[in-house]
Ligand binder design. Structure first.
Ligand code: GLY
Ligand code: MN
Ligand code: MN
Length: 544
């Protein structure tokens, strides 16, 4: 009885504490981040160290900054959502002068009462230990003062080349100081670094026995037309042209020498390994990602009910984003796209400033960000609730291409398969409608791919080889016929994209955003429903 009573008191107290703190508690767990660091470390070669840097704070204007967004790799490995921080992961256990051992250190921004009064509470060293589970955490200042001999490591990994958009801020120690200090310690010289893509292919060449080089050669040949750095690199070209195993071995030797030359800094290992880790989602990630996608789909549903021809693109955007906030999603994963008519033909149209939708098709590409994970969902609907025959013809074609693409989201299938089938269907369909002369005629009506990973980034990193279980990838064919296109005028101003977020499973693919209607019939039916927003009438500011 007594035990039960104390349990009840404990439960009530914890609920009280939760209500007191009142902030979301469903972020990724510290165990998740720790496990991810361990998986990353397991890939590191002996005697190496990896340095990850938090994103800098970016300035909007004058003394106003943009809302802070953590670097996704940094967040994935730490859970830390503040700037002015560095993470070091070592391949092997290190010992400091006091005999303490560590194989990772998180350097955080220092607790500071005055700054916290203005900008919010900081985790500090204690928070990094208790909330994020780091055994060793220190302040940024300790990083500046640390005498780390980075030249003593065979490899020092950084996450791509520094973009150098760091600036001096009012912080005593900011990203500018931390990066400067790292560059000095590592004798960083960008001139000595290979371009990341060359570095990646050098690593493949080094690791692949020359007798098995045909696969690597095929991949290089496939990529080099789009990537000048591959075409220009003499060692890669030597490898491509090698007509015997002997010549290929010679080219491989040059590659190994080039990898060892100059600097011990490697800028491609981290992006490559992080892509492999991040492209397959854990159950914990899926819980958050599925929420982000569902919230975005529900936003689309509410807009379908509420849309009227006299609404503006901005207002439509606001309804989506209101739904996101109502569910407690903190941000949008990327700038929202709401384009009516011809605006829908601009792929990344984010002005959203047309004041009346009229009777146009409205393309809406938006995604909620929930606890860091972002959805990417597009619906295209007629502002007046009814598709015209031309709009329907284009829409149905995109829908058919999307359906055929989604069927390819199965384990082991090539990730190029969805776009290939979608292109085939769209080309044939456009020819049938007389918009192009023949299925193999060149045109600009479908100028993008269909399939990218989503996760902490809307375009999440991945290797784009074969579909694997628990990948979440978009399927987003589109047809865009801007005014002035070389076809019958009746098609002008029609832009359609349908984008869904697909989970690859052991069985059939699951469309995570499928609750937002997709067929023309289902959309029209949803748009005929009443919206609660009809009662939400605000004063007219122009009325005297
Ligand atoms: N919203 C950007 C994209 O669809 O990729
Ligand atoms: Mn997308
Ligand atoms: Mn999108």
């Amino acid at each position: 009885m007594k035990v039960k009573f104390s349990l009840l008191v404990f439960l009530m107290f914890s609920i009280f504490l939760k209500a007191q703190s009142g902030t979301p508690t469903d972020f990724l767990s510290k165990e998740f981040h720790k496990e991810r660091r361990e998986l990353f470390r397991a890939k590191m070669p002996k005697n190496s160290v990896a340095a990850f840097f938090a994103n800098p704070v970016r300035n909007r204007a004058n003394d106003v900054d943009y809302v802070y967004h953590q670097d996704p790799n940094f967040y994935y490995l730490t859970g830390y959502r503040e700037p002015n921080a560095v993470l070091l992961i070592y391949s092997d256990m290190q010992t400091d002068e006091k005999g303490n051992t560590y194989n990772e250190i998180l350097y955080v921004q220092e607790k500071d009462k005055r700054r916290e009064q203005w900008d919010g509470v900081r985790l500090g060293i204690e928070g990094a230990k208790t909330k994020l589970g780091f055994k060793t955490a220190m302040n940024g200042e300790d990083f500046l003062n640390a005498e780390i001999d980075l030249k003593a490591f065979d490899k020092v990994f950084i996450d791509g080349k520094f973009k150098d958009d760091y600036r001096d801020t009012r912080e005593r120690i900011d990203m500018l100081d931390l990066v400067k200090s790292f560059k000095k310690k590592a004798e960083y010289n960008p001139e000595l670094l290979l371009p990341p893509v060359v570095n990646t292919f050098y690593n493949y060449i080094r690791e692949t026995p020359v007798e098995q080089r045909s696969r690597i050669v095929a991949i290089i040949k496939q990529y080099q037309y789009r990537i000048p750095a591959l075409r220009k690199d003499p060692n890669i070209q030597k490898y491509l042209k090698a007509s015997s195993d002997e010549l290929a071995k010679d080219a491989q030797k040059s590659v190994i020498l080039a990898l060892q030359a100059g600097s011990n800094i490697d800028i491609s290992f981290i992006p490559d390994q992080m892509a492999t880790l991040r492209e397959v989602k854990t159950e914990e990630e899926l819980n958050l990602l599925i929420k982000a996608v569902r919230i975005s789909a529900i936003g689309q549903i509410e807009v379908m009910k509420a849309m009227k021809p006299n609404m503006s693109e901005t207002e439509v955007q606001g309804i989506h984003e209101f739904v996101y906030k109502k569910y407690g999603a903190e941000y949008e994963g990327y700038p929202s796209i709401v384009g009516a008519g011809n605006n829908g033909c601009i792929l990344h149209y984010i002005e959203n400033n047309k004041t009346k939708l009229g009777n146009e098709l409205v393309l809406m590409d938006l995604g909620a960000e929930y606890r860091g994970y972002t959805a990417d969902v597009t619906r295209t609907i007629p502002a007046n609730g009814k598709f015209t025959p031309e709009q329907k013809a284009i829409y149905d074609l995109v829908y058919e291409a999307q359906e055929a693409g989604i069927a390819k989201y199965v384990i082991g299938e090539s990730m190029q398969a969805p776009v290939q089938i979608a292109r085939k269907i769209i080309n044939e369909g456009l020819a049938k409608l007389g918009i192009i002369d023949s299925p193999d005629a060149k045109h600009d009506y479908f100028p993008h791919g269909t399939s990218h990973h989503i996760g902490l980034d809307v375009h999440d990193p991945g290797n784009y080889q074969k579909f694997q279980k628990n990948m979440v990838v978009t399927m987003e064919p589109g047809i865009y016929i801007p005014e002035g296109s070389p076809c019958d005028k009746k098609w002008w101003g029609i832009g359609v994209r349908i984008e869904d977020d697909i989970l690859v499973t052991d069985g059939k693919p699951i469309n995570l955003s499928g609750e937002a209607p997709r067929t023309t019939e289902a959309i029209e039916k949803m748009m005929a429903k009443r919206s609660i927003l009809e009662e939400f009438v605000l004063p007219d500011l122009d009325k005297k």
